[in-house]
Design a protein around this ligand. Structure first.
Ligand code: NAG
Ligand code: NAG
Ligand code: NAG
Ligand code: NAG
Ligand code: NAG
Ligand code: NAG
Ligand code: NAG
Length: 513
């Protein structure tokens, strides 16, 4: 009898202590760069991704998950939980010599995690501005930083080439340990370098303190560089770019496998939420594929913004499920801060939602609408090969006014509401690129674009049937929503290059102001 009572009280004690002081989960966020929809095994790719496949199968695959079409904007929204129109960063990426960063009056995710008692570490690519020291990751909430500050760079030498002014291009080192420049890792392939560093952070972490680890891999952005050993399974891929890219994906898959293994070996895994996300769609010019989706990186078509993403870890209540609920990259901040037991009442108004019960338990997403972007300065620097980028605005417009329902339809913009997606202006290259290794004779199915286009994404995820003429009320409603958002938009921050950025022949990219 005694022992039964003891057991009874023991259980009471256990349930009390766990519910009273729910342990804060460790959060590991792995971001891939330019990783396309068709480049993961579980979407049918010819590229082998055993670790991503099994890890996501043990968690929740997010199949209606959106990111931004390019790098800085996705990372910006991840860090702030806010749309680009609300930070003045609706246009393009931050080029190395532009003197700006995500406004310093924005609160970053790691800062909020730190306030909740987390140890916060970042490994990999920043790309959120660095012209002055206050913009650096270590000043925006990360206890440690190991990686690079700009966009693409060489995977081995860690140098980045950029225009300093109209007549000067500079190639210089971009690699830092904390805030200090280091050339100690020259020759190491960054996918291995970053996974090794992430692994060692995990192995030396004090398990009593909650960990927030952000691993922003360089993989699988161009340039196409990969150690030979990752290429060996891909002799069957004839296209050179695709073969190199496949090898890079294999290295990335192994990196994720190593990081997960380290979490398991260190015992942290039992209390870890792991998120994997791409930053934007694949770049077809450098081996990526978003088949069967339309468009690619840099465009507002699904191929640019519907992202590969999943969540794994033992805290998920319905492991092994697939979510078709609408989720966006701006949702991670409120979701992860809530998991950390933190508060978001000190940030500016968020555009993201806490989607944890959607992910973990399959509840309906609190998100009904998603502003993909409004960028009045958009210029199509990467039109489709051939003629797919030509926009014939005059076709449906009388020429009197570009403004409908209060919104200027010459602006590059897109908005999603429930199953509907409305696009205005030039969304960027709208080709349906063929499946890799398939007959390319039907390659670019060119159709003239219209200034206002409506698609039923649930029924038509490939954006083949433009239905604006059939649903004028939906069109009017969504143009009105775009007008409301555009009224809230901050003036675009996009300064000219400051030649003082020049690191000189022997220096490194970094703060100059
Ligand atoms: C935050 O900074 C941005 C960019 O400098 C500025 O446009 C905005 O007005 C600021 N917001 C507040 C609330 O200070
Ligand atoms: C580069 O161009 C600027 C003006 O555009 C000029 O002042 C400068 O002398 C030029 N520098 C060189 C090295 O040609
Ligand atoms: C994964 O770990 C193995 C064993 O330590 C190592 O040989 C390999 O290089 C690692 N891969 C990556 C991508 O870091
Ligand atoms: C945020 O919420 C907490 C708890 O409700 C409260 O104590 C705190 O004062 C709030 N902070 C602000 C800035 O509203
Ligand atoms: C697209 O525009 C280019 C440049 O203006 C022009 O040469 C080409 O003929 C156009 N293609 C179509 C299909 O209109
Ligand atoms: C709409 O935007 C275009 C391009 O920015 C501009 O040229 C035009 O004047 C605008 N139209 C109206 C009515 O504001
Ligand atoms: C490619 O498609 C064309 C036209 O449909 C067909 O004639 C040809 O045999 C196909 N080639 C291959 C390699 O499948």
């Amino acid at each position: 009898m005694m022992s039964l009572y003891a057991l009874f009280y023991f259980f009471i004690f256990i349930s009390f202590s766990t519910s009273a002081a729910a342990p804060q989960p460790h959060v590991v966020f792995i971001m891939a760069d330019d990783y396309g929809w068709y480049d993961v095994g579980y979407h049918g790719s010819e590229i082998k991704t055993p670790h991503l496949d099994s890890l996501s199968a043990s968690g929740v695959r997010l199949e209606n998950y959106y990111v931004q079409p390019i790098c800085t904007p996705s990372r910006n929204q991840l860090m702030t939980g806010r749309y680009q129109i609300h930070t003045g960063m609706q246009h393009s990426i931050i080029w190395p010599c532009q003197p700006y960063c995500v406004p310093l009056n924005e609160t970053f995710l790691p800062h909020l995690m730190k306030k909740s008692g987390y140890s916060t570490h970042m490994v990999g690519k920043w790309h959120l501005g660095m012209y002055m020291k206050d913009c650096l990751p270590t000043r925006r909430g990360f206890d440690s930083f190991f990686g690079y500050l700009t966009g693409s760079e060489d995977y081995f030498t860690h140098t980045h080439c950029a225009m300093v002014s109209t007549n000067l291009s500079r190639c210089a080192l971009d690699f830092r340990e904390g805030e200090e420049v280091t050339n100690a890792y020259k020759g190491s392939y960054s996918t291995e370098l970053f996974s090794e560093r992430a692994t060692s952070i995990i192995q030396t972490h004090n398990p009593k303190q909650p960990l927030f680890l952000y691993v922003a891999l360089q993989a699988v952005h161009a340039p196409l560089q990969v150690p030979m050993r990752y290429l060996s399974p891909y002799g069957f891929i004839k296209d050179h770019n695709r073969r190199m890219y496949a090898g890079m994906v294999s290295a990335m898959d192994e990196a994720v496998g190593n990081i997960t293994a380290a979490l398991k070996q260190s015992g942290l895994w039992e209390n870890t939420v792991l998120v994997f996300s791409t930053d934007n769609g694949g770049q077809t010019m450098t081996g990526g594929s978003n088949w069967p989706l339309r468009g690619r990186k840099l465009t507002l078509w699904e191929g640019g913004i519907r992202g590969v993403g999943f969540v794994a870890g033992p805290l998920i209540k319905q492991p092994g499920s697939v979510s078709h609920e609408l989720i966006h990259i701006s949702d991670w901040l409120p979701t992860l801060v809530a998991l950390a037991g933190g508060r978001t009442n000190t940030t500016k108004p968020l555009d993201g939602f806490n989607v944890w019960s959607t992910i973990s338990e399959g509840h309906a997403s609190p998100r009904l609408e998603l502003l993909h972007n409004i960028d009045p300065l958009f210029e199509d620097h990467y039109p489709c090969e051939g003629n797919g980028g030509n926009l014939t605005l005059a076709q449906t417009d009388s020429g009197k006014s570009w403004t409908y329902s209060g919104f200027n339809i010459s602006f590059h913009a897109a908005i999603r509401w429930s199953n509907w997606k409305l696009l205005t202006g030039n969304p960027g290259c709208g080709a349906w690129f063929p499946r890799p290794e398939q007959n390319t004779s039907s390659i670019l199915d060119m159709r003239p674009l219209k200034p206002v286009m409506l698609f039923d994404i649930d029924k038509d995820p490939q954006e083949r049937n433009e239905v604006s003429a059939k649903f004028p009320t939906v069109v009017e409603y969504l143009l009105g929503r775009l007008a409301v958002y555009q009224k809230q938009a901050l003036p675009i921050i996009y300064p000219d290059n400051d030649p003082r950025c020049d690191p000189g022949p022997a220096g490194a990219w970094g703060p100059w102001a």
